[in-house]
Design a protein. Structure first.
Ligand code: ADP
Ligand code: MG
Length: 659
C-alpha cells in the first residue's frame, strides 16, 4: 500500500456553551494542554439553560405520510409534538433526551420526484421492562419547493443535533451548516473475544459497532489474540493517528492498555491518550462508575454496554487518577481501579472458573468465600489525604484542579452525519491476523467486503416500510479523513497464547508485570522495606480484607467508595477486620450495591482516604490483585498520581436524567 493519506490537522478549539452542567469535561479530540491554556485565556460564555430552544420547525413523518410534527431542539432534548391530525393528549415518545440519542443523518428519497429531504435520528429509549431498544425516528423536511432547500433544512437539524451530541458550540449568529462539524473522531477499538462469557465480540458486532457508526465516528478494530497483546500493541502505536483507544472487554484489557502506554519512552504524552471502556467482561467496575457519572441508573449486561456506548459516542473526557503500585520484587504497575487482598482478591481469582456465568461469577464466588472465610494478619500504613507530602515535588504532589475547560474542535469541513454500512477490511494493518481487524466505512485504500449483510441495517430502518425507500443523502460530504488504518509498529509475534480449555486466561500471577523505569516518580514513597516518613499512619492486625480503590465502583453493581471521583487524587482505603460474622460481611456486600455500607456502623469496617499506602502481609500465603489481575504475593506500596490519565466518560449526567 502506498503512503497513508494524512488527515487535516486538528482544528482549533471553541468553548462549549451548551452543556447544562457545571462539571465541565473536555470533548472529543483534545489532548493538547496548549489548547486548554489558550481556551482558558478566552472568555467563557455562560452555559445555555437546558430548555433554551435552539431550533424549531415543522416536519412531516416517514414512512407513514400524514401526521405532522413540530420539532424543538434544546441543549438537552428533542421535543416532538404532533400537530396533525390533532395534537396527542398524552404524547408517546414526545421527548427524546439527547442522552438516549447515538446520532443522526440526512436521507433522500429514491424517487427523483420527491423534493423532500429526511432527517433521521437513532435513539435508544428504555422499554417497559427498563432495558434499552434501538429505535429510529425519521422526519420529512418538505416545507420548501425544491429538494435543495429541504436538504439544507434537514442538514441544519442534523448538524445542530450532532454538534450538541458532541459538545460543540453552535453559532448564535450565522448559519448552521455541515462545515461546522469537525472531522469524525478516530477510535481504536480493542476487543478481547474471551472477555466475560466470551460474548464480547458478538456484543461488539451487534451493539457497539452499529451505534458508533450511527454516531459518525471513525474506527479501526482489532481483536486481541492473547493476554498482553493489547499491551504490546499500544506500545508500538502511532498515537497521533488516534483520538482515543477503547477497550471492549472487562477491566483487565484497559489495565493492559494503560500499562502499555506507560511503558513507552514517550509515556508522559502517551498516557494522556483518552481511553474508554465498553463493558463486555465479567468485571466491569470502571464502566459501572462511568455509567453512574453519566447519570444513568445502575445497569448490567447489554444495558450497561448500551449506556456506556451512548456516553462514548458523545465524547467528553476527564482526568483519570492512576495508582503506581510497587511490588516486592521492585516491579511497578499502574492501577486505575483497585488493589485487593483477602476476601475480595480471593473471590476474584477463585471465581475465574465460573467465568461462564459472567458477572454472576462474583456473586457465586462471594457465597463460596463466605463459607470458607479466612482472616489474614497484616500491616497497613497510609499517608492520609489530609497530610501534605513529606518531600513534595510540585509537579506531582497535589491533585489537579478539578475544573477542566470544555474544548471542542473548531469548524472543519468534514461532517460525518452520512451513514453507510460497516465493512470488513482485509486490513492493511501489519497485524498477524487480518481477520481480527475491522475498519469503519469510507477508507478508499481498504478493499471492502460487506460484513454479515451490513452494519446498522440501513434498508430496514431507512426504507423498508416506505414505497420510496430512502438512502443516505449523497450530497452530504463524506468525511474526508475517515477512516484510516493506522500504521502500527511491528509487534512481537510469538506463538499466540491460547486460553486454557475453559477459555480462561491463566489465573497464575501476572508474570509480565515487568520492572518499569518509566512513568512518574513515586516521590511519596521510600523504598519498600525501609521506614516510612513522619505523617504516615500504621495499623496491624487480622484482616478479612483490605481494599484500595480509586474510582467509586468495585464492580458494575458494587459501589465501594460512593463519593470517589475519577480525578479526586485519592486512593480510598477500605478494610474489614477479623471478628466479623459471615452475616455481617454479607450485609456489607449487599449494602455495597447501593454504596450504603459505610453507614451500617459495622465496627470491623474501616475507611480512609489516602495519597499513598503500604501493605505488608504477615501471613505467608494469600492472593493480591491489581485491577483484578493477580500479582506476586508480598509487601507492596502505592502512590496516587492525580489525573495522570484521561478517561472518556461522556458528558456528566444530572439528577433525574434516567428516570
Ligand atoms: P473479564 O472481566 O471477563 O475478566 P478482562 O478484560 O478483565 O475481562 O480480561 C481478562 C483477561 O484476559 C485479562 O488478563 C486480559 O489481559 C486477558 N486477555 C485479553 N485478550 C485476550 C485473549 N485474546 N485471549 C486470552 N486472554 C486475553
Ligand atoms: Mg477482569
Amino acid at each position: 500500500m502506498g503512503p497513508q493519506a494524512r488527515l487535516s490537522p486538528l482544528p482549533g478549539e471553541r468553548l462549549d456553551a451548551q452543556r447544562p452542567d457545571q462539571e465541565l469535561t473536555r470533548s472529543w479530540g483534545h489532548r493538547s494542554e496548549s489548547a486548554l491554556d489558550r481556551a482558558k485565556a478566552m472568555a467563557l460564555p455562560l452555559p445555555l439553560a437546558a430548555s433554551t430552544p435552539l431550533l424549531h420547525g415543522e416536519f412531516g413523518s416517514y414512512p407513514v405520510r400524514g401526521p405532522r410534527f413540530a420539532l424543538t431542539l434544546t441543549p438537552q432534548a428533542l421535543h416532538i409534538q404532533r400537530l396533525r391530525p390533532k395534537p396527542e393528549a398524552r404524547p408517546r415518545g414526545g421527548l427524546v433526551p439527547l442522552s438516549e440519542v447515538s446520532g443522526c443523518c440526512t436521507l433522500r428519497s429514491h424517487s427523483s420526484s420527491d423534493s423532500a429531504a429526511y432527517f433521521c435520528i437513532y435513539t435508544y429509549p428504555r422499554g417497559r421492562r427498563g432495558s434499552r431498544r434501538r429505535a429510529t425516528r425519521t422526519f420529512c423536511a418538505d416545507g420548501a419547493a425544491t429538494y435543495e432547500e429541504n436538504r439544507t433544512e434537514a442538514q441544519r437539524w442534523a448538524t445542530a443535533l450532532t454538534c450538541l451530541l458532541r459538545g460543540q458550540l453552535l453559532p448564535t449568529d450565522g448559519e448552521i451548516t455541515p462545515e461546522l462539524l469537525p472531522r469524525p473522531p478516530r477510535l481504536l477499538l480493542l476487543v478481547n473475544p474471551f472477555g466475560g462469557r466470551g460474548l464480547a465480540w458478538q456484543w461488539c458486532k451487534n451493539h457497539v459497532l452499529p451505534m458508533i457508526s450511527e454516531a459518525g465516528l471513525s474506527f479501526n478494530l482489532i481483536q486481541t489474540e492473547r493476554h498482553n497483546h493489547a499491551r504490546e500493541l499500544v506500545q508500538g502505536l502511532s498515537l497521533s493517528e488516534w483520538d482515543s483507544i477503547i477497550t471492549v472487554s472487562g477491566d483487565g484489557l484497559l489495565y493492559e492498555v494503560l500499562n502499555g502506554l506507560l511503558e513507552r519512552p514517550d509515556w508522559e504524552e502517551a498516557v494522556k491518550m483518552p481511553v474508554g471502556i465498553l463493558p463486555c467482561g465479567s468485571g466491569n467496575a470502571l464502566a459501572g462508575a462511568v455509567n453512574q457519572h453519566g447519570g444513568f441508573e445502575p445497569a448490567l449486561g447489554v444495558d450497561l454496554l448500551l449506556n456506556c456506548s451512548l456516553l462514548l459516542c458523545r465524547g467528553g473526557s476527564r482526568p483519570l487518577d492512576l495508582l503506581s503500585v510497587t511490588l516486592a520484587s521492585g516491579s511497578r504497575c499502574f492501577s486505575f481501579l483497585s488493589v485487593a487482598w483477602g476476601f475480595v482478591s480471593d473471590v476474584d481469582i477463585q471465581s475465574e472458573r465460573f467465568r461462564a456465568l459472567g458477572s454472576a461469577r462474583f456473586t457465586l464466588g462471594t457465597v463460596l468465600g463466605l463459607a470458607t472465610l479466612h482472616t489474614y494478619r497484616g500491616r497497613l500504613s497510609y499517608l492520609p489525604a489530609t497530610m501534605e507530602a513529606s518531600s513534595p515535588t510540585p509537579a506531582h504532589g497535589l491533585p489537579r484542579a478539578k475544573s477542566e475547560l470544555t474544548l471542542a474542535p473548531a469548524p472543519a469541513p468534514a461532517p460525518a452525519v452520512a451513514h453507510s454500512p460497516l465493512h470488513r477490511s482485509v486490513s492493511d494493518l501489519p497485524l498477524p491476523l487480518p481477520q481480527s481487524a475491522l475498519t469503519s466505512p469510507g477508507s478508499p485504500e481498504l478493499p471492502n467486503l460487506l460484513l454479515n449483510g451490513g452494519g446498522p441495517e440501513l434498508a430496514g430502518d431507512w426504507g423498508g416500510a416506505g414505497d420510496t425507500p430512502l438512502s443516505p443523502d449523497p450530497l452530504l460530504p463524506s468525511p474526508p479523513g475517515s477512516p484510516k488504518a493506522a500504521i502500527l509498529s511491528p509487534i512481537s509475534k510469538g506463538a499466540p497464547e491460547m486460553p486454557s480449555s475453559s477459555g480462561l486466561p491463566s489465573s497464575k500471577p501476572n508474570a509480565t508485570v515487568a520492572v518499569s523505569t518509566r512513568g512518574p516518580a513515586d516521590h511519596l514513597l521510600p523504598p519498600l522495606g525501609t521506614a516510612l516518613p513522619p505523617g504516615w499512619v500504621t495499623m496491624e492486625g487480622d484482616f478479612v480484607l483490605i481494599l484500595a480503590i480509586s474510582p467509586s465502583h468495585l464492580g458494575a453493581d458494587l459501589v465501594a467508595a460512593p463519593h470517589a471521583r475519577f480525578d479526586d487524587g485519592l486512593v480510598h482505603l477500605c478494610w474489614v477486620r477479623g471478628g466479623i460474622s459471615r452475616a455481617a460481611l454479607l450485609r456489607l456486600f449487599l449494602a455495597m450495591e447501593h454504596g450504603s455500607h459505610l453507614s451500617l456502623d459495622c465496627p470491623q469496617l474501616g475507611y480512609t482516604a489516602a495519597r499513598a499506602f503500604r501493605l505488608e502481609p504477615l501471613t505467608s500465603r494469600g492472593v493480591l490483585t491489581v485491577d483484578g489481575e493477580q500479582v506476586e504475593y508480598g509487601p507492596l506500596q502505592a502512590q496516587m498520581h492525580p489525573g495522570l490519565g484521561t478517561l472518556l466518560t461522556g458528558p456528566p449526567g444530572w439528577p433525574g436524567q434516567d428516570p
